[in-house]
Design a protein around this ligand. Structure first.
Ligand code: HEC
Length: 195
């Protein structure tokens, strides 16, 4: 996938030459390596924050109680990570539980499916309106995830399912198995991300 990004950069460079643009326009092209490094570190910290919240909540009150913790209770930690790193942090999924976590457009949906079908593994950086956006797959790596995203009736207790459906009436995020790609971290940087 990195080669795709270099291709975009190559086109950008070519257009700049064709139009004789002044060199300062080229400065806007972000430092790719720094986006990969920063994106990876932010995604890792965000994942750790969420995992800590949800594990603590499950220990305290079981999965039914923890339904409220897979996102919003970790919100302040994620928000402060976003502020400190001058970026926006989202999770997206083709089979989203919270409709605000759906892919932003068809291209992002297609990227999500390429990850789900393992056509892509690892991290990706793409340009969206000149903004570098970092993506990292969220793989269902713990049995705990199945308590809220696995098979209803076997992995997910009836009472937990009820709590989920109460809160998310259009939920699509069940029926997953271990090691499935559940979604993507999406870290969006401003144009001059290396500043
Ligand atoms: C206690 C129940 C529970 C557990 C356990 C749980 N989740 Fe979730 N998950 C949720 C809820 C509720 C949401 C919706 C959060 C929101 O409103 O943004 C969610 C949302 C998500 C999303 C965002 C996309 C979407 O569907 O809205 C991802 C990705 C995700 N979970 C992955 C995981 C992974 C990976 C694990 C295991 C480490 C896990 N979850 C464990 C309840 C859970």
């Amino acid at each position: 996938m990195r080669s795709g990004f270099f291709f975009v950069l190559a086109i950008f460079g070519w257009v700049s030459c064709q139009t004789g643009s002044p060199p300062q326009e080229v400065v806007n092209v972000p430092d790719l390596e720094s986006i990969y490094t920063r994106g990876a570190s932010i995604a890792q910290s965000s994942q750790a924050a969420l995992l800590e919240q949800v594990s603590r909540a499950i220990t305290a009150g079981g999965p039914d109680f923890a339904v409220a913790f897979c996102h919003e209770k970790a919100g302040p930690v994620i928000d402060s990570l976003a502020r400190a790193n001058d970026c926006r942090i989202h999770r997206i999924s083709d089979r989203y539980r919270n409709p605000s976590n759906q892919p932003a457009n068809e291209a992002e949906f297609a990227l999500m499916m390429d990850y789900f079908n393992r056509k892509i593994v690892g991290d990706t950086v793409l340009l969206s309106d000149n903004h570098p956006v970092f993506y990292r797959p969220i793989v269902l790596g713990l049995e705990t995830c199945l308590k809220c995203h696995g098979q209803p009736g076997t992995d997910i207790a009836a009472s937990t399912l009820e709590k989920i459906q109460e809160r998310y009436p259009t939920d699509q995020a069940t029926g997953y198995r271990m090691h499935d790609v559940r979604g993507l971290w999406k870290i969006s940087f401003p144009v001059r991300a290396e500043d």
